[in-house]
Ligand binder design. Structure first.
Ligand code: C2E
Ligand code: MG
Ligand code: MG
Ligand code: MG
Length: 292
């Protein structure tokens, strides 16, 4: 994103550039340049969604799709969310981007359903700010109404940290959405807050084991123990569980052996543009890639 900031800075003219670099530290400058570019991107509809398959490896079936936003920059090409979501959050643009993502993902899921593919739940990442600032409910309702998507086909991925920031708001908003049939998933589970009490208070359907725990299994006993504990807790609490970041057959085998056949990762499928994802859907099952 330094490249990104420099590109926009230079585009605004040399004098501006010198002024900004003199007055602001590099980080603040980069944030400002990215913010301005993001506003334009919203105006010009430069965001796109890629979809990563979620797979039940017991039968190789695609059970869902996670929508992951990218910025199709006219000059710099495809930019990943890690480069701009943090700025969007910091500069108050995440609600607008998040609203666009919800609308686009619901529209896509409905289109796949209409095209005769199996009904496929689509998971959308929600930022803490969308939850905290109370825009989430209307965004979700708007996206469902505009697309005509069955609420049961929408999953919201929320992090523990987002939930903990304002527990009362989270409970109220998520219970509301849950009553409509929308499913709630805790993303990056295990990396956030240490208290698990929130699992009792929130209407949660599924835990997603963070990929940092998956990376070094089998063979790292701490990570193995953590995954075993999460899967067993999910089973006891009657929550679904899915693992992210599965890159090898060994990791998949380990997870499956513990009773966690639902997974997502490069071993199964990378995030793909809709057209490529449709090819996977048309084929019906997933053939894992060779490791490495
Ligand atoms: P996340 O929700 O935890 O998404 C998983 C990330 O891991 C994705 O990166 C995905 O491409 C990547 N991934 C999937 N399988 C593998 C694997 O096997 N190995 C490795 N190393 N990585 C894998 P991506 O698309 O760059 O997204 C990064 C993060 O950006 C997401 O993490 C999510 O927190 C955020 N994000 C993405 N889309 C949105 C969005 O629409 N709204 C918001 N608020 N955040 C989003
Ligand atoms: Mg996610
Ligand atoms: Mg995740
Ligand atoms: Mg993550």
């Amino acid at each position: 994103s330094a490249d990104l900031a420099m590109y926009h800075a230079k585009n605004r003219g040399r004098n501006n550039y010198q002024f900004f670099t003199a007055e602001l530290n590099a980080k603040a400058f980069e944030t400002l340049a990215t913010e301005a570019a993001l506003r334009k991107a919203l105006e010009h509809q430069e965001f796109v969604l890629h979809y990563q398959a979620q797979v039940d490896v017991a039968n190789s079936r695609i059970t869902g799709a996670e929508a992951l936003v990218r910025w199709q920059h006219p000059k710099l090409g495809l930019i990943g969310p890690d480069k701009f979501i943090p700025v969007a959050e910091e500069r108050g643009l995440i609600n607008r981007i998040g609203d666009w993502v919800l609308h686009a993902a619901c529209r896509q899921a409905k289109a796949w359903e209409d095209a005769g593919h199996l009904q496929l739940p689509v998971a959308v990442n929600i930022s803490a700010r969308q939850l905290r600032e109370g825009t989430l409910r209307d965004s979700v309702l708007g996206a469902l109404a505009a697309s005509g998507l069955d609420p049961h086909l929408l999953v919201l991925e929320i992090t523990e940290t987002a939930v903990m920031e304002d527990m009362d708001t989270a409970v109220a908003v998520l219970e509301d959405l849950c009553k409509l049939g929308v499913a709630i998933e805790i993303d990056d589970f295990g990396t956030g807050y240490s208290s698990l009490a929130y699992l009792k208070r929130l209407p949660i359907h599924r835990l997603k084991i963070d990929r940092s725990f998956v990376r070094d299994v089998p063979g790292t006993s701490d990570d193995e123990a953590i995954i075993r504990a999460i899967v067993s807790m999910a089973h006891s609490l009657k929550l679904d569980v899915i693992a992210e970041g599965v890159e090898t057959a060994d990791q998949a085998g380990f997870l499956r052996g513990l009773g966690c056949p639902d997974m997502q990762g490069f071993w199964l499928a990378r995030p793909e543009p809709p057209v490529e994802f449709e090819r996977l859907l048309a084929r019906g099952d997933i053939v894992p890639t060779a490791d490495g």
